[in-house]
Design a protein around this ligand. Sequence first.
Ligand SMILES: [Zn+2]
Length: 143
Amino acid sequence: MITFDLSCDQGHRFEGWFRNRQEFERQLGEGLLVCPLCGSGKVRKEPCAPAVHVGRRTAPERPEAGPRDRGRPRPEAFFLALARFVERNFEDVGGRFAEEARKIHRGEAEARNIRGTTTSEEEEALREEGVEFLKVPLPKYDA
Ligand SMILES: [Zn+2]
């Protein structure tokens, strides 16, 4: 005995049991097959549904991180662009940042855009004096 997945023109799906494939084809050809649900004689063999198996085979066990990240806006790109802007347009005063920022704030030095490094103590002192500055996470270029 063999079984075939069958369906009628109404979309009903059912299983047919046959002695062999030739018997199935004979019954089908003679119009002996009818849908047990609606009696329709327009019955056909369901094609195999490889999609189920293919889907299972090709679906990765674990989603990989790499391809999923593609197309997402990358924060690094933003910071890199910002870093380049700062690099081009801000004078590098290095470790004298706090000193220079304070001078500019007091009007003792030319008002200009500067960049540099600070210690947390310097930052605290600047804040207390009301010196405005911005901390930007900059990637290292020269590494
Ligand atoms: Zn039917």
